[in-house]
Every structure is written in C-alpha cells, then in structure tokens.
Ligand binder design. Structure first.
Ligand code: HEM
Length: 216
C-alpha cells in the first residue's frame, strides 16, 4: 500500500467524499474475526461461543499525505448505522488503524511489553478519534491527546471514514507511531459492527501486518 502525496489541505482530505480521494488507489483487505480463544476475558469467551463476531469481512483502504498529516480512508459495507449509545447493550460502529510502536510488534496479541502497538481508534459516537497504546491483550490505554482527526459519512449502505494524524505529533515514537514522508511502516486494520454488539476485542481484523510506504 502506498500513501500518495497530494497537494491538498488537511480539511479537504478529512472529507471522506472529497474529490482528491478519487485519484488514490484503493486496496481491499480481507478481515477475520479475532480468535475467540485469545480473548482475555473468560466471560467473553463463554458468552460469545457460537454467537459469531467479526461480521465485517472486508474493508477497502486508501492512504495519502500532504506533507503535514497522514490520512487513511476506510470504506466498508454496513447498512446499520450505529452512532449512539442510549443503553448498556448498545455499541457504536468503529474502526482503527494499528502500527507497531517499536520493532516487530505482534499484531495478533496487540503487541507485548517490549514491543508495544499504537492504534488510531475512530468511533461513530466520538467527536475525535482516540490514540490508543497496548502492550498485549487487555492492556489498552486511551490517550485523548487531541492530535487525531477524523471525517465520517454513512450513505445508508456503508461507512466512509478518514482518520488522520500530523507527522509531527507530540509523543511520536512513544505514545504514537513515528511516521514521516519517505518511510515504510507496517499497518493493520480493524472494524467493529455496533449492531452485533462488537466492542474491544470482539471485532474483525487484518490478522497480518500490511506494508505501507509513505511517498517522499
Ligand atoms: C489490526 C488489528 C487490531 C486493531 C486495529 C485493534 C485495535 C484495538 C483498539 C483501538 C482497542 C481499544 C478499544 C477501547 O479503547 O475501547 C482494542 C482493544 C482490544 N483488542 Fe484489539 N486491535 C487489533 C487486533 C486485536 C486482536 C487480533 C485481538 C485478539 C483477540 C485483539 C483483542 C483486543 C482486546 C481483548 C481488547 C480490549 C482490551 C482492553 O480492555 O484493554 N485485538 N483493540
């Protein structure tokens, strides 16, 4: 996957329907349900046995940058728009992009103490995405540091979501991935189907890292 360099302002690229995205190639990736046996909670393992999670089986991804920020545009089919939580059994649609924070982090465990991971986590009920770090299953920490931005649109049959972060974000390399034009990094993607009550470890993911080169 290539993050194409575009001449466009950040506000424009945050618009998932913006015309600049038409010139950016798209890659469709297969998503798999997270293995139920890896869920750290015994309750979740028992309650979700045979129920089925990871309902969204593919996501199309585009990547671009404008020298200042890196953008991902994710689109997936989902005809139920879940963006409000009015009760405890309701969950929002969501998606996230995952990066290793150091070295060769393990995607299937969301990292480990020596090789943590960083996720940019968009949720349909949030104003801004959260910056998440993890050092293994069940260890996620949300940092509401304000560097992440998003734009989202649901057209009745699916979502188009843009998630972005400035290259020069505070805490890069420690709390958020170290990124710059001309570099190659690994990325992973996850999608949660709110209408199926997916949340936290219950989601669909790319089980392998995808290489991304950021154009110079
Ligand atoms: C590209 C792949 C992945 C991405 C982008 C991703 C992203 C995330 C994010 C953003 C959260 C935080 C949710 C929150 O703050 O409420 C989370 C939580 C969690 N994820 Fe992942 N994840 C991925 C792969 C996996 C895999 C393969 C598993 C295996 C079971 C997993 C298990 C979990 C669990 C158990 C939680 C809850 C953790 C906690 O409560 O601290 N994740 N994930």
């Amino acid at each position: 996957m290539i993050a194409k360099r575009l001449r466009a302002g950040t506000e424009r690229l945050l618009d998932p329907l913006g015309r600049h995205w038409r010139g950016v190639s798209e890659e469709t990736l297969r998503l798999e349900p997270t293995p139920l046996g890896s869920q750290p909670s015994e309750y979740v393992r028992a309650a979700w046995e045979g129920r089925g999670h990871g309902r969204i089986r593919q996501v199309s991804v585009q990547a671009a940058h404008n020298g200042e920020s890196l953008f991902f545009r994710l689109t997936w089919r989902d005809d139920t728009r879940n963006e409000r939580i009015a009760d405890t059994d309701q969950f929002p649609d969501a998606c996230a992009v995952l990066f290793p924070l150091k070295g060769e982090a393990v995607l299937t465990s969301m990292g480990d103490p020596r090789q943590p991971v960083n996720a940019w986590y968009w949720r349909a009920d949030w104003e801004r995405p959260a910056n998440v770090t993890a050092t293994g299953l069940g260890t996620t920490v949300r940092h509401l540091d304000g560097s992440l931005r998003a734009g989202a649109h649901h057209d009745g049959s699916g979502w188009a979501v843009v998630i972005a972060r400035p290259f020069a974000a505070a805490g890069a390399g420690e709390l958020t991935a170290d990124l710059s034009p001309g570099e190659a990094v690994m990325v992973g993607f996850a999608v949660w189907e709110g209408s199926a009550q997916e949340r936290a470890g219950l989601k669909a993911v790319t089980l392998e890292w995808q290489p991304l080169s950021i154009e110079a």
